[in-house]
Design a binder for this molecule. Structure first.
Ligand code: CP3
Length: 344
């Protein structure tokens, strides 16, 4: 068996598979008891990300349990600001925190330690490719510059990223420089993941949906286009999924402008529009994660609607955003069985 039989990769190459391959964003996480067990042993969340033994273990947990068609490297998008020495911590019950970056610090950002700092993550990728079943696609990932910048500016998550939006208007040059630095170090990081054995990579722009049209082009499209060009200039066959959550009708231009192999769709994308987008290339998504929490008929109905509308074209079945901690693992079994048509 070779990489040719990795189904997620086949769809990224434009093939239509029936049933479609499936993986879930945040498939390794707190909804799984075995994750909570490893997490408790790890100490801090970043220690878990930087310990190849434990990071490999939690990446494999959902593969063992459900046989997903892709494994996604266990790490976090905020390892990049951590590598840029922004004092990142994950506080219980508060989500991520870091030192908010000042305008004067942006010019002085030192990108040199980034690759060295992230070597434990690269080692995790290397080991995963050895340990995963041959037919499982291995996905690497990073955050998009805009989404990572929102955390670096506010120093934490915020409901609508007002601090970063304001910063963009008040300090446009510093903001462009921050996005450019993030695009460059993130492209290098993706190339390292690909070289270590990632079959494809996903760029998460989880906060794309709070941007106005002009800002979307400047902060979301342009840096991601540059990143993808940069990666492809060095690794022409790199396969890239771009997930711009909340981008709505702008997704049509987003695919064209960034040249991503596939675009991720959140659950607010109407299926009729998703079918239009699929005419231009593979799509990934877009079940509402709350349907997985609900289970039962609402889960089945949501799955069936996606399969009916998008199942005859290149589709990677996924959620519209990450699975949440309150999801019942049995509902995930129901989901996988229904997508695969293996009943339950
Ligand atoms: O299974 C996978 O999908 C791979 C691992 C992964 C994690 N985070 C693990 C994680 C991936 C791909 C991410 C991406 C990520 N991280 C994003 C983009 C996708 C998205 O969900 O929007 C963002 C915005 C982050 C930043 C981040 N990391 C936040 C806001 C939080 C706190 C929120 C929360 O759920 O607690 C994290 C922590 C985090 N990253 C956890 C996991 C499993 C939970 C922390 C823990 O286990 O203690």
């Amino acid at each position: 068996m070779t990489a040719q039989s990795r189904k997620v990769l086949q769809v990224l190459n434009g093939e239509t598979l029936s049933p479609p391959p499936i993986w879930l964003m945040r498939q390794a996480g707190r909804y799984l008891p075995e994750y909570r067990q490893t997490r408790a042993k790890a100490g801090s969340f970043l220690d878990l990300c930087y310990s190849p033994d434990m990071a490999v273990e939690v990446t494999l947990q959902p593969i063992r349990r459900y046989g997903f068609d892709a494994a996604i490297l266990f790490s976090d998008i905020l390892v990049i600001p951590d590598a840029l020495k922004r004092n990142v911590r994950f506080e219980e019950g508060h989500g991520p925190r870091m030192d908010p970056i000042a305008v004067s610090e942006i010019a002085k950002l030192d990108v040199r330690p980034v690759s060295g700092h992230l070597q434990p993550v690269i080692e995790t990728v290397r080991r995963l490719r050895r340990e995963l079943p041959d037919e499982t696609t291995l996905l690497g990932f990073c955050g998009a510059p805009w989404t990572v910048a929102t955390y670096m500016i506010a120093g934490q998550g915020t409901p609508d990223q007002a601090p970063a939006r304001l910063f963009g208007y008040q300090h446009p040059e510093a903001f462009d420089r921050l996005l450019a630095v993030l695009a460059e170090v993130s492209a290098d990081y993706l190339v390292e993941q690909i070289d270590a054995g990632a079959d494809a990579v996903q760029i998460f722009d989880s906060w794309a949906g709070v941007l106005g049209e002009e800002e979307f082009r400047r902060y979301a499209v342009e840096p991601v286009r540059r990143m993808i060009d940069n990666v492809r200039a060095r690794r022409p066959h790199a396969k890239i999924i771009a997930f711009a959550k909340g981008a709505g009708i702008l997704l049509k231009d987003y695919r064209q402008a960034t040249n991503a192999d596939a675009i991720g769709l959140d659950w607010s994308v109407p299926l009729s529009f998703a079918a239009e987008l699929q005419k231009d290339g593979p799509v990934q998504g877009n079940l509402d994660p709350m349907r997985v929490v609900a289970g039962g008929q609402s889960l089945d109905d949501g799955i069936d609607a996606i399969l009916q509308t998008l199942g005859n074209g290149p589709l990677i079945f996924n959620l519209g955003h990450g699975i949440t901690p309150q999801a019942d693992p049995a509902h995930v079994s129901q989901l996988v069985a229904r997508v695969r048509g293996t009943g339950q």
